[in-house]
Design a protein around this ligand. Sequence first.
Ligand code: E4P
Length: 217
Amino acid sequence: MRLFVDTANLAEIKEAASLGIVAGVTTNPSLLAKEGNGNIKETIQAICKLFPDGPVSMEVTAETAEGMVAEGQEFATWGENVYVKIPFCIEGIKATAKLTGLGIPTNVTLVFSAAQALLAANAGASFISTFVGRLDDIGHDGITCTKEIVDMLSMYPFDSEILAASIRNPLHVIQAANAGCDIATVPLKIIKQLYGHPLTEKGIEGFNTDWAKLQKA
Ligand code: E4P
């Protein structure tokens, strides 16, 4: 399972790129607004430069399929690695099918059910973003829903990759990997939490102490 970083903060994205284990970036309007990024095009282009080989998702906000396609075509000129993120809805699925036909990669977002995932796959979505944390937030099991989507779509020759989004903790990442997701998009803070284990830290300390003793002997 590949790891993407889920943020629009350039400092975080730079740090994520330096880790050597992050393959792409997802943004959404809320993440961009949080950073107060005035020039969105410049921000996305800067992100694309930091991740020249990785998908960078930029979300459309138009209400009609025609508007979403026009936005998507514009975003696709910002960088070769831009994936047009499209909120799940009837117009969004129409736009996904159209952009797929034009050869523009898409990321259908705000998917909360197997039925929605099936429609996104039929529209040719490159990525289907299932929201784990937001389902948990309302008392549903986000990982069970995600696994149902992975199992269902794996029976058919769809090209869509399943992207676990709305990740709230390290356990969600492991559960998404065990569910068979292709990608998880994860806040940088949670990516860093994945490194930690007290026995590793204690082990390094012990090895370094013994090595230092050896140098004095
Ligand atoms: C990513 O593609 C999503 O927009 C993001 O993971 C949503 O996360 P949230 O539920 O924490 O806002």
